[in-house]
Structure formats: C-alpha cells, structure tokens
Design a protein around this ligand. Structure first.
Ligand code: IMP
Ligand code: MG
Length: 187
C-alpha cells in the first residue's frame, strides 16, 4: 500500500514495507496462546482485559487460540499523547466484571512509553485480583519510561509508529491484516 497524507507541517507515507505479515502475526499469537494456556491450565477463573481500541483484533485472535476457559472484558483509557502526564490518564470505559480474587491478563496491542499500562495495572491492582499479568503483542524498548514486567510479549520493535492489526493512525488502518509503519518524508 502506498498512501500519502499531511498533518500540520509533516507529510507521511505509509510504507509498503511490512513489519509483520499476517502469517508471522498468526504464528506469534499461537505461540503466546500456547504459553498462556499452559500457565493457566489449572486455574478456572482467567479474565482477559482488552484495552480498547487498539487491542480488539489481537484479543479476539488470542482468545480463539486459547484452549482454556476464560472470560473477556473491555477497558478504554483516555488516549495518551507525548505531552500527557501519566496521572492525567483516565478510564473512559471501565470493565463490567468483578475482578477480586481472579487471575487477570491485560491484553495490549503495543507498549510504547509504558505509561498507559502502568496506570491500568495500578487501577486494577487496587481492586485486589488474585494475580495480574500483561500480554502485549508489541513493545518499543527504546521508548520505555517505566519499569514494568511484560510476561507475554510478542515482538520488540524499533521506535516507529506502527499501524494495522487493530492499531490506528487517526482512527484509520486498524483493519490492515499486517502491521506496517508510517514514515516521515521530511527527514
Ligand atoms: P504508552 O502509554 O506510551 O505505552 O502508549 C499506549 C498506547 O498508545 C498503546 O496502547 C497504543 O494504543 C498507542 N500507541 C503507542 N504507540 C503506537 C504506535 O506506534 N501505533 C499506534 N498506536 C500506538
Ligand atoms: Mg493500546
């Protein structure tokens, strides 16, 4: 795909170089699902919490590859921007299920600075789950500003703005079946 658009003084191009194609994503999701299924095989109260909107496709695929019983709930936070202070992050859609005493697995599309996931963990921990772990398809280690353990991690990626497989730029490109990235032409 080849698409150009402008945002203030910048012009972007959607790279035709794919970071991860449909097959590599599918293999990785299967691998993560196998680990999770094996780790939680003796528990019967696993709850996946999908962080909207970016992880809706990853959560749907991961869930269908798990071979253990589990529930799913959804949470959305105010979107994080470079100039947002972590304490300003707010829940804009909370989960509906009670999590006290349950095993919680937070499912994220991507961890960038880590500030969103850190805040989500803090909020959920206060509700006294039995355990809480993180599963993120992507992680940008160079951008990390927090010390957080990602127990189930798909791929470490370079500091690029990625799109597709649920992830957007300005609400677009979530439906791509691969993960690509945006490149700035002005460099
Ligand atoms: P963080 O708080 O900096 O870790 O970023 C959290 C959220 O920002 C992620 O869960 C994504 O929804 C979004 N995000 C971060 N990096 C990207 C990206 O490269 N593409 C699309 N969304 C992103
Ligand atoms: Mg996200």
């Amino acid at each position: 795909m080849f698409c150009i658009f402008c945002n203030n003084s910048y012009m972007y191009i959607i790279s035709d170089q794919i970071l991860f194609d449909e097959h590599s994503i599918s293999l990785k999701v299967k691998e993560l699902a196998q680990k999770i299924s094996s780790d939680y095989e003796n528990e019967n109260n696993l709850l996946l919490i999908c962080i909207l909107k970016g992880s809706y496709i990853f959560t749907a695929d991961l869930s269908r590859k798990l071979d253990i019983d589990h529930d799913i709930d959804f949470m959305a936070t105010s979107s994080y921007r470079e100039d947002t202070k972590p304490q300003e992050l707010k829940i804009i859609k909370d989960i509906e299920l009670e999590i006290k005493g349950r095993h919680i697995l937070i499912v994220e599309d991507i961890i960038d600075s880590g500030q969103t996931i850190e805040k989500v963990v803090e909020i959920l921990k206060a509700r006294k789950p039995e355990s809480i772990e993180i599963c993120s398809l992507l992680n940008k280690p160079d951008k990390s500003k927090v010390d957080i353990h990602i127990k189930y991690k798909g791929f470490d990626i370079p500091d690029k703005f990625v799109i597709g497989y649920g992830m957007d730029y300005d609400e677009k490109y979530r439906n791509l079946n691969y993960i690509g990235y945006l490149e700035e032409l002005n460099d």
